[in-house]
Ligand binder design. Structure first.
Ligand code: URA
Length: 187
């Protein structure tokens, strides 16, 4: 199965209540064979309108963060924990995330990225551990059973609300840049 086929197959998904409020399902975007995958929380208003992840203000900041490590959104793959917008941009519930996670796991399998960046607590808690927090987990490499290097950082929306988070995000993405370069020079 390809990502394209998967996106088509899930267009009418009703696995959770978020389906009722969506304008567009936001599947994911980018290089289907990316070395780096970025995982956020879920679509906001702009994403729901356009059917694309990270296109609003937080997305523009993400583009600038990527540019700072010499990457573009076309080179990486970007997806979210939930594919449909939660009402008023609330955090998706564990049940909503659970209903949607099999799609994300399939995307991870298909893309086969070597590095995954988890942006914010929703991605961290649903993919690593419900008890984990960004503040304690960021800035260090974790590794999946299949050897994928995983790092968590603050969500760009959180950085927009609190400029003090810019520095740690910068440091985390420097770590990503180093690992990305190391992998590229070995391949
Ligand atoms: N925030 C997210 O977590 N994902 C998006 O796609 C947009 C904003």
């Amino acid at each position: 199965m390809s990502l394209e086929q998967m996106a088509k197959d899930m267009q009418n998904c009703t696995r959770c209540g978020l389906a009722n409020g969506r304008t567009n399902l936001v599947f994911g975007v980018g290089n289907p064979k990316a070395t780096l995958m970025i995982i956020g929380e879920g679509p906001g208003q702009d994403e729901d309108k356009q059917g694309l992840p990270f296109v609003g203000r937080a997305g523009q900041l993400l583009d600038r963060i990527l540019a700072a490590i010499d990457l573009t959104r076309e080179e990486v793959y970007i997806a979210n924990v939930v594919k449909c917008r939660p009402p008023n941009n609330r955090v998706p519930t564990r049940e909503e995330a659970k209903a949607c996670l099999p799609y994300l796991y399939r995307q991870i399998e298909l893309v086969q990225a070597k590095i995954i960046v988890l942006l914010g607590n929703t991605a961290l808690q649903n993919l690593i551990s419900p008890a984990a927090t960004i503040t304690r987990t960021r800035g260090q490499w974790l590794e999946s059973k299949s050897g994928i290097k995983i790092i968590a950082s603050f969500h760009p929306a959180a950085v927009l609300r609190d400029p003090q988070k810019r520095r740690p995000v910068w440091e985390d993405f420097q770590m990503v840049r180093e690992e990305y370069r190391r992998l590229m020079s070995n391949s």
